[in-house]
Design a protein. Sequence first.
Length: 89
Amino acid sequence: MVKKKNNFTERVLSIVFEIPKGKTLSYKDVAGRAGSPNAYRAVGSIMRRNHNSHIPCHRIIRSDGKVGGYNALGGSDRKRKLLEKEGAL
């Protein structure tokens, strides 16, 4: 059985897909743009489960400016290097 994504997940993925290179949004920013400003932890869960390389989930950071987690090989260090390479940090 294939699990269908809910509307919130689809909105989150769409918002993250549109973040331009060199820019970031916080998990809270994404949650707000998706219509649920208090669902920032859910945004983190969605990003943690994302394995679509076309969704630039490394461009989502914490509200305090820290990088936060990253599900790809290399974890937070890899995320920081990607953001530095794009000029976002």
